[in-house]
Design a protein around this ligand. Structure first.
Ligand SMILES: Cc1cc2nc3c(=O)[nH]c(=O)nc-3n(C[C@H](O)[C@H](O)[C@H](O)COP(=O)(O)OP(=O)(O)OC[C@H]3O[C@@H](n4cnc5c(N)ncnc54)[C@H](O)[C@@H]3O)c2cc1C
Length: 493
């Protein structure tokens, strides 16, 4: 197995997009086969080694950054299999954990199929997106990654392989799972007894629900319970056509009315993506896109699947809704062909790049939220974000997945004082979101950066539920220590 420990090779593994700067490791292993990976974990207790799993480093929470442990890079386990068509509207593809999401999506689309999960950043490994239950704009219609995973193959912390097909291992009437493994022996553990928040997206802590599937415990567990080495991804037919647009508004009431019309469950066609940009986001975008109107309070980016036969009717219905909500129709941007839609996607992706460029000229890091709340509470959280930032005179942007009542607030501090104020406000934002029945993280996960806040959501007993499962599957505490579960809870008996 390839092992590298020279400073130049290690450097890239000490970072992701979180800005966490305390990473260090004795070295990085690059398993090329599942057996090599399994042997590495098997020998870990004897060798006194712990491991942090590294995907491609686009995570935002420091999850792949080692704090003294060895690194296992998934880079070499990157095979993408052939598509298997099950029927005219169902197919799957088997991929290894280190395959690039972008490569997978291109391959299936070239064959006329779609893998729906679309975290905005496509340069991530598929195994990480499963470990983090990633989601993105299209999750409004299609849900997060978990919904599209039919099977995973894991290597567990003691080196066992566990091949889990959806539906094959469900919690019994007491919420118990029973496993019999060659190396770890017989294991029995109960699903967490806490209730999940009533939000349409949630990605904080181990998943739990009555009669749950064991596969769902591993999906979203952020590499704390096992390493995802292979997966079967479910595919759907590529839509024949898509209507994409950016619709501008002069005031928030009109904009929110438009969003609720789009989300009306009685619509015969639901959009697949409903995204939001506030006026500050638009201000940053205007530095690159001169057509962005200066008198808009915000914009909604919309994607709706259609067919050549229904496109005209769908467009008429869209214009009707825009008119009824006083949208800035003349300034709005409708993209119907592939080139124009690619430009529009670039527009959406340009925001983090422009903001990061601006930030690189400041001394401080951004403070960003990832909370979501139940639909009915969204306006209250949104107004709380805005009013708090205005009161403090911050430079800030609010953008993201408004269809899922999940927007990101980024505070962009110009001074240390603003950074410290922003940090203390962050705690207030969490308290507010939780008091509204929300979640600490809707998509980016907890990693190392947010584990200290997890207790506010689950309280002591909820964290202990996760510790109990972690210690059953990983009794020697070998894998991704410091991620998700606060370390102090693992170290006590
Ligand atoms: C500009 C930008 C936009 C983004 N937009 C979105 C978005 O819309 N939605 C969203 O959900 N996320 C988003 N992200 C976050 C990020 O892309 C996802 O979390 C992604 O899943 C990380 O993949 P990665 O390969 O880079 O993982 P890494 O950052 O390398 O690792 C992430 C975590 O996964 C663990 N891990 C990696 N591989 C495995 C494995 N095989 N088995 C078990 N655990 C593993 C690591 O230990 C770590 O804890 C965005 C990031 C950026 C920079």
């Amino acid at each position: 197995m390839i092992y590298k420990h020279d400073p130049a090779s290690i450097l890239g593994f000490l970072e992701d997009t979180s800005n966490l700067k305390t990473g260090h490791t004795p070295g990085v292993f690059f398993p090329e086969t599942i057996d090599e990976l399994s042997d590495l974990l098997k020998s870990a207790p004897k060798e006194h080694r712990r491991f942090t799993i590294a995907g491609n480093g686009t995570g935002t929470t420091g999850g792949r950054i080692p704090l003294g442990d060895y690194v296992i890079s998934m880079q070499k386990l990157d095979r993408i299999g052939e598509l298997v068509e099950l029927s005219s509207d169902k197919a799957f593809i088997t991929v290894q954990g280190g395959a690039l999401l972008d490569d997978i999506q291109k391959k299936v689309e070239q064959n006329g199929w779609l893998y729906p999960p679309d975290p905005t950043e496509k340069l991530c490994f598929i195994g990480s997106t499963i470990a983090n239950n990633s989601s993105g704009a299209r999750s409004f219609k299609y849900g997060s990654t978990r919904k599209h995973i039919a099977r995973i193959l894991l290597v567990l912390p003691q080196g066992d392989r566990l091949d889990l097909t959806r539906g094959a291992c469900l919690a019994d009437e007491h919420g118990m799972f029973h496993l019999s493994l060659p190396l770890a022996g017989s294991l029995a553990f109960q699903r967490p007894q806490y209730r999940m928040p009533d939000t349409s997206k949630h990605n904080a802590g181990f998943f739990s629900e009555e009669s749950m599937d064991l596969i769902d415990l591993f999906i979203g567990s952020e590499g704390t319970l096992g390493i995802i080495v292979e997966a079967d991804l479910m595919l759907i037919p590529l839509p024949a056509a898509v209507i994409s647009c950016v619709v501008y508004f002069r005031n928030f009431d009109d904009l929110f009315k438009f969003v609720s019309l789009l989300k009306n469950p009685q619509n015969h066609v639901m959009p697949r993506a409903i995204e939001f940009f506030d006026q500050h986001s638009l201000g940053f975008l205007a530095t690159k896109y001169s057509e962005v109107p200066s008198d808009s309070c915000g914009a909604v980016l919309l994607e709706q699947e259609t067919t050549p036969a229904t496109e005209e009717n769908d467009l008429d219905a869209l214009f009707e809704r825009m008119e009824s909500c006083n949208a800035m129709t003349d300034e709005s941007w409708i993209a119907l062909d592939r080139d124009e839609q690619a430009r529009l996607r670039e527009f959406r992706h340009a925001l983090p790049l422009i903001v990061n460029d601006w930030l690189s000229r400041q001394q401080e890091s951004k403070i960003s939220t990832d909370m979501a709340v139940p639909d009915g509470a969204f306006r209250e959280l949104f107004d709380f974000y805005r009013n708090s930032c205005e009161e403090h005179g911050f430079v800030y942007i609010i953008f993201g997945h408004i269809g899922n009542a999940h927007v990101h607030l980024n505070i962009l501090p110009r001074t240390r004082e603003e950074f410290l104020k922003g940090k203390s406000l962050y705690r207030e934002f969490i308290a507010k979101a939780l008091s509204l029945g929300g979640t600490l993280s809707a998509e980016h996960g907890i990693g190392k950066l947010k584990s200290e806040y997890l207790v506010e959501m689950y309280h002591e007993h909820g964290i202990q539920e996760m510790v109990r499962i972690k210690k059953c599957l990983d009794p020697f505490l070998i894998l991704n220590i410091g991620n998700l579960i606060p370390v102090e809870y693992l170290e006590t008996e």
